[in-house]
Design a protein around this ligand. Structure first.
Ligand code: 5GP
Ligand code: ZN
Length: 136
């Protein structure tokens, strides 16, 4: 399941070279070309799925396992003290490449803010209304 116009399909399947950290039958982990921090990597499935909502359940499990393994390796080798997993779906969420991927962003003790937002202050009624909208 490839998309001929998709750059991540080409990278994941080795048609375009990349700095590969890990590869198996179904996945490739590469260094991001525009890294947020030293070691910023992307986990790519070799098959094309635009986003999380297209991704089969078994890939979800596999990819989180790869994230865990690569994260542990980065902590050991790069000396990072933390790690953000970031995964964008849709333009409004900041997704720029429509081939599902998970960002692995090693974090160091430098105080930088990368994944951050200003917390809102919803009332109890607002929270209940949102809960009912989603689940009711
Ligand atoms: P998104 O914004 O879709 O969640 O993330 C796309 C990521 O892919 C960005 O961090 C960007 O730097 C990275 N990227 C875009 N094109 C390439 C490429 O050709 N090679 C690599 N290694 N990374 C890319
Ligand atoms: Zn693709």
């Amino acid at each position: 399941m490839r998309n001929e116009e998709c750059i991540f399909c080409k990278i994941a399947n080795g048609e375009i070279p990349s700095n590969t950290l890990y590869e198996d039958e179904g996945y490739r982990v590469i260094l991001d070309l525009g890294p947020a921090t030293r070691g910023h990597a992307l986990i790519l499935p070799k098959d094309h799925y635009a986003d999380l909502f297209e991704l089969p359940d078994q890939n979800c499990e596999q990819m989180l396992k790869i994230a865990k393994k690569m994260g542990a390796l980065m902590k050991e080798r790069l000396g990072c003290s933390g790690m953000n997993l970031v995964q964008n779906n849709g333009e409004s969420a900041g997704q720029t490449v429509r081939h599902f991927h998970i960002h692995l962003i090693p974090r160091y003790d430098d105080g930088s803010r990368i994944v951050a937002w200003t917390p809102g202050e919803p009332s109890a009624e607002e929270l209940a209304e949102i809960r009912d909208t989603i689940c009711g």
